[in-house]
Design a protein around this ligand. Structure first.
Ligand code: TXA
Ligand code: MG
Length: 318
């Protein structure tokens, strides 16, 4: 895997690789994505193969700008347009009825497509140079933790030649995957919580019922009960548990909970949801490599600002 930077020359090179049907891992503000040109069926198939992802789990199409929305969706309801205007480029994916050009390989056979304009300057430049949309799931093997740094991508795919290059755009600023809102039905519904909160969405949409309503709707692999998981078993625990040292356990503590010593490993993330989300996956990856039998994660506050993080940790524990 070639490592590229953000120079004009490197981005041209990445665009050339993509045009030839190769896969390039790209930074986004949420997590790194494994990109292939969205209307090259062979490139899209290669993404599924590289990840070991089942063919019926659809990919998100990343657009160079909001104006491309109407090329990829058959119909854009006003709710979706409002959300796109408010949050793109940014960590929001909209599910819309797919345009004819969107292949069944991208959508896993569904009649809808996930669209987003990523808020990372390097990948936005790449998309403008390329002047095409890319399909990109998170750049990890299926079911594993999403990468939030170029090194994570390298460790997911090293020794395989399925990924031609990774563009190093630094650590991801948001750190957990985009909020997914299904706008293909009679009213918008959140399929995957993210750092754009339900309150923020409701603020843009006005009085919208049921944003968080139960949905039997389309499949989102991010909604599988077990996902985003380290290899080591993860347990959520209260602070009281973290006063009893256990050499078999690695700990992810919250805020200034003191390290009593005697754990296999100890990491702590700030008691601020933005900063916690930014550091979460890197911390889990490190703790996963410490040879512990269990990773103990200190339970998080109940406030809604933490809901995306609680969602990922719940899945990591099941
Ligand atoms: O932040 C993100 O969304 C990152 C970056 C790379 O953009 N991407 C990401 O992709 O998390 P992935 O493939 O790991 O997760 C995308 C989720 C999956 O759960 C997938 O099932 C869902 O989006 N999805 C995609 N298209 C869909 C559709 N048409 N209907 C319902 N869910 C869809
Ligand atoms: Mg993923």
């Amino acid at each position: 895997m070639i490592r590229l930077g953000d120079s004009e020359e490197d981005l041209q090179r990445a665009a050339d690789l993509l045009r030839r049907g190769e896969l390039v891992a790209v930074p986004t503000e949420t997590v790194y994505g494994l990109a292939g040109v969205a209307d090259e069926p062979e490139a899209v198939r290669a993404i599924f193969a590289a990840k070991g992802r089942p063919a019926d789990h659809p990919l998100i199409v990343h657009l160079p700008g909001i104006e491309a929305m109407d090329d990829w969706a058959a119909e854009v309801p006003e709710t979706a347009r409002k959300l796109a205007r408010a949050f793109w480029p940014g960590p929001l994916t909209l599910i819309l009825p797919k345009a004819d050009r969107v292949s069944d390989i991208v959508t896993g056979g569904q009649q809808t497509v996930g669209l987003r304009v990523p808020g990372h300057p390097v990948t936005l430049r790449l998309l403008k140079i390329l002047d095409r949309a890319v399909a990109a799931p998170s750049a990890n093997r299926f079911g594993r933790i999403s990468p939030t740094a170029a090194d994570h991508v390298v460790s997911e795919f090293e020794g395989r030649d399925s990924v031609a290059a990774v563009i190093d755009g630094g650590p991801c600023n948001v750190g957990v995957e985009s909020t997914i809102v299904d706008c293909s039905g009679p009213y918008p519904r959140v399929l995957r919580p993210g750092m754009i909160s339900i309150e923020q969405l409701a603020g843009v949409l006005g009085d919208t019922p049921n944003l968080a309503g139960e949905s039997e709707g389309p499949r989102a692999s991010g909604r599988l009960p077990s996902h985003y998981a380290p290899e080591t078993k993860v347990e959520l625990v209260d602070a009281e548990v973290l006063v009893r040292p256990d050499p078999d356990a690695a700990v992810l503590a919250l805020g200034d909970t003191p390290d009593p010593g005697g754990f296999r490993a100890w990491q702590s993330l700030p008691e601020d949801p933005k900063l916690y989300a930014r550091g979460l996956y890197a911390a889990l990856r490190q703790l996963d490599h410490r040879g512990a039998r269990r990773i103990l994660v200190q339970r998080l506050p109940e406030e809604s600002a933490w809901s995306a993080i609680r969602d990922r940790l719940d899945r990591a524990t099941s």
